[in-house]
Design a protein. Structure first.
Length: 296
């Protein structure tokens, strides 16, 4: 059962799958590694205004489709979380979905981090650059002993700290990058083995770091220090402690990514011995301004 979504005449019509049909898409969606399991996927669809838009293709068992849902907890910004289409269907699908989402009230639609080639494709369909992300890596040998943190203790995460970690995250990061509860939990469980460290000043959470290891490869997933505690060596201590844990867990190489203009993070990573790989990722966005003919 599918609802027709009206788009303007120069865009191919896309169909919105009925919620009862979401399960049928799971075998294709699971490979995207965005959801832990089918239950997590269905919960995301319910709680994050998830929708699946398809191109009508009767000759295929599953049509080309896109899964769209809120970007973190912001319903005015939505993301193209999963795109499954052959190259020749992609343009019609993405143009159709963009038109449908913007016509339905989404203020902006963002991509996931894309390669340069993919970013060029999306740009030719009306998307504009939102940010560039640089990738850095470091061999995990001889990690220096982390700096002392004075009266700030670095401890392992416990569930009771979750709300305070989210508050520290909200204070540390600019709006677009702030985490919601679901995404924070997801990030902290995303590898085979994970480390989640919290910096505490008395009972107050003033920073945190998350990393994970898959075999010999490790990822520094998240690092944030509350602005009131920045510039005192805490970010370096948290990152240093995390790197040592990742090394102890058997990782040989750790990678991290950050926005190209996040100079404090870049300076910290360089100080810790990370080197830029030269690879970049691009997040693009489309709003009604970039989509002429969108009825809003
Ligand atoms: C990046 C961040 C974690 C650094 O934490 P911090 O506790 O302020 O950093 P530290 O005091 O430990 O500084 C360590 C090094 O980081 C770099 N650094 C930190 N703040 C900096 C700034 N404002 N400008 C330039 N370099 C800076 C410096 O190299 C510094 O070394 P130095 O003290 O010898 O100059 C913190 O600024 C933050 O939470 N930013 C917002 C969230 C974020 O961007 N996280 C990283 C995303 S991947």
């Amino acid at each position: 059962m599918q609802d027709k979504v009206e788009t303007s005449a120069d865009r191919e019509e896309v169909l919105a799958a009925a919620p009862a049909d979401f399960k049928a898409f799971w075998p294709e969606i699971r490979n995207s590694l965005i959801f832990r399991n089918r239950r997590d996927f269905l919960a995301f669809m319910r709680q994050n205004h998830g929708r699946i838009y398809c191109l009508p293709r009767r000759d295929a068992p599953l049509p080309p489709f896109v899964l769209v849902g809120d970007w973190r907890s912001r319903s005015e910004t939505r993301a193209l979380w999963v795109v499954k289409a052959e190259p020749w269907d992609k343009e019609a699908l993405i143009r159709g979905v963009s038109g449908a989402c913007l016509a339905e009230g989404t203020q902006r639609l963002v991509t996931r981090p894309l390669s340069h080639r993919e970013a060029e494709e999306y740009a030719s369909w009306g998307f504009r650059p939102l940010c560039r992300v640089v990738l850095l890596e470091k061999a995990l040998r001889g990690v220096p002993f982390p700096r002392e943190t004075g009266d700030i203790r670095i401890v392992h995460f416990r569930r009771k700290y979750l709300d305070d970690v989210l508050k520290a995250d909200e204070a540390a990061f600019e709006d677009f990058w702030r985490l919601d509860r679901r995404t924070l939990e997801r990030i902290s469980e995303s590898c085979l083995r994970n480390v989640f460290l919290v910096a505490k000043h008395g009972s107050r959470v003033c920073g945190y770091a998350i990393g994970g290891v898959n075999g010999r490869l490790a990822y520094l997933q998240r690092l944030g220090v509350h602005p009131e505690f920045q510039g005192r060596g805490l970010g370096e201590s948290l990152a240093g402690r995390l790197l040592r844990s990742l090394q102890v867990m058997g990782a040989a190489l750790v990678s991290v990514n950050t926005q190209e203009d996040n100079f404090s993070a870049l300076s910290l990573y360089h100080k810790l011995g990370f080197r830029e790989t030269g690879e970049k990722r691009f997040i693009l966005q489309i709003t009604s301004r970039e989509l002429p003919g969108c009825a809003r």
